[in-house]
Write a protein that binds this ligand. Structure first.
Ligand SMILES: [Zn+2]
Length: 403
């Protein structure tokens, strides 16, 4: 009985610390009054919990200066600049980005590596990420501390052990990348992997273009094409974590061969290589060639525009299939699809009108990401923040032990 009585207030306190820290992480700087309104906790409880979060080194608070209003101004509480940060990594077929992301989702430092496709092997990428930790730490204020490494992968990630089942455009199969990277980091930091489009959906739902939506599709258009789905408020994972591979939805079995081994997949009509092909270009698919293509289209280059419009019609057809299947409220066009949506929205909408069922079609809205090209990177950071947000005390104590 004694243990039970002692533990219950402690459990409640941990729950409430988690609640407040999650609100600050999601919304940024908040006043104590706002924290009280959002959490339903009274003024003195909020004050005590904020003090504890300050002592843990997670948040700081200040009283706004220059307030002429009558009465006591409410203290403002926000993430500490020298507090915890997540190391977020985006791995793709032609680049690796490492970043330090603060509580609140601010990218505080980043390192961007352009890589030749031949250099994207698991050992090289793991070494690169391990080497980036020191310069990222050096770019942060003294005292800031990393809480984990989250990695966005353009492929299917096995939920049980973080093994990459298949990343067609990296040529990785059955790759135990989470453990490979953990060895490089000498197990000093927890490592989490996620599918790039799933992470894009996560970040855009948390603080981007799909806030408060429980039914969304995030589309990632790059060399490979991915889909992240939230259905009825839950991320759709499937029995092994492999759901959402919209890029490999077959639109024409007689179509071009796809990296996945099939043919005529959506990716073979709307991926970077297809965009260049439709525009009559021969360059290497990737960030640089796509940026040039989009810039030329904006300048009125007709073959570039025609190519983008052709891809837009295929994209609309692919989205129509998902609209019929899952009735999403918001479809976010990420990566090169944001440019396609801007330059050829009518072509996409027309295919939706033609192929999606009327009721579901009327409910869906196409949007560009609020987080620009950082959706997947910020989603990767969320993988690392989860443990800290769930139990701020335990995660901060772990840091003291490690330090
Ligand atoms: Zn495919």
């Amino acid at each position: 009985m004694v243990t039970r009585a002692a533990s219950r207030p402690a459990e409640l306190r941990r729950h409430n610390l988690s609640l407040l820290l999650t609100q600050i992480h999601t919304h940024g700087v908040l006043s104590r009054v706002e924290l009280g309104q959002m959490s339903g906790l009274n003024r003195s409880t909020v004050g005590g919990l904020v003090s504890e979060l300050c002592l843990l080194g997670l948040v700081s608070e200040n009283v706004p200066m220059g307030s002429e209003r009558v009465g006591r101004p409410s203290h403002l509480v926000g993430p500490r600049p020298d507090g915890p940060y997540a190391v977020a990594v985006e791995v793709d077929a032609d680049h690796v980005i490492s970043a330090a992301v603060r509580l609140g989702g601010e990218v505080a430092a980043r390192i961007d590596h352009n890589l030749a496709a031949s250099a994207i092997d698991p050992d090289t990428v793991a070494d690169l990420i391990a080497r980036d930790l020191a310069p990222l730490a050096a770019a942060m204020p003294p005292g800031a501390w990393p809480i984990g490494v989250g990695v966005s992968i353009p492929g299917t990630v096995r939920r049980t052990d973080g093994t990459i089942d298949q990343a067609p455009n990296l040529n990785w199969r059955d790759e135990p990348f989470a453990s490979r990277l953990a060895v490089r980091l000498e197990d000093q930091l927890p490592v989490h992997l996620g599918n790039d489009a799933d992470l894009g959906a996560l970040a855009e739902q948390l603080r981007g273009a799909a806030r408060s939506s429980g039914n969304l599709l995030y589309l990632s258009g790059k060399i490979g094409v991915g889909g992240g789905l939230v259905v009825d408020g839950r991320q759709l994972a499937g029995s092994g974590g492999f759901a959402g591979e919209i890029g490999h939805m077959v639109l024409d079995p007689a179509g071009p061969p796809c990296h996945c081994g099939s043919a005529g997949c959506l990716e073979s009509f709307v991926g970077d290589a297809a965009l260049l092909r439709f525009a009559g270009r021969t360059g290497t698919p990737g960030r640089a060639s796509l940026a040039t293509l989009m810039a030329d289209a904006r300048d009125g280059d007709q073959p570039a525009l025609d190519g983008i419009r052709t891809a837009a019609r295929w994209l609309g057809l692919g989205i129509a299939n998902v609209v019929n299947l899952l009735n999403p409220e918001i479809v976010i066009a990420g990566g090169s699809f944001a440019d396609i949506l801007e330059l050829a929205r009518p072509e996409i909408e027309q295919e939706l009108d033609r192929h999606a069922m009327t009721a579901a079609r009327s409910m869906v809205e196409l949007r560009v990401p609020d987080l620009g090209s950082d959706s997947s990177l910020l989603g990767a950071a969320e993988l690392s923040f989860q443990a800290l947000l769930q139990d701020p005390v335990a995660a901060s104590s772990a840091r003291q032990v490690a330090g």
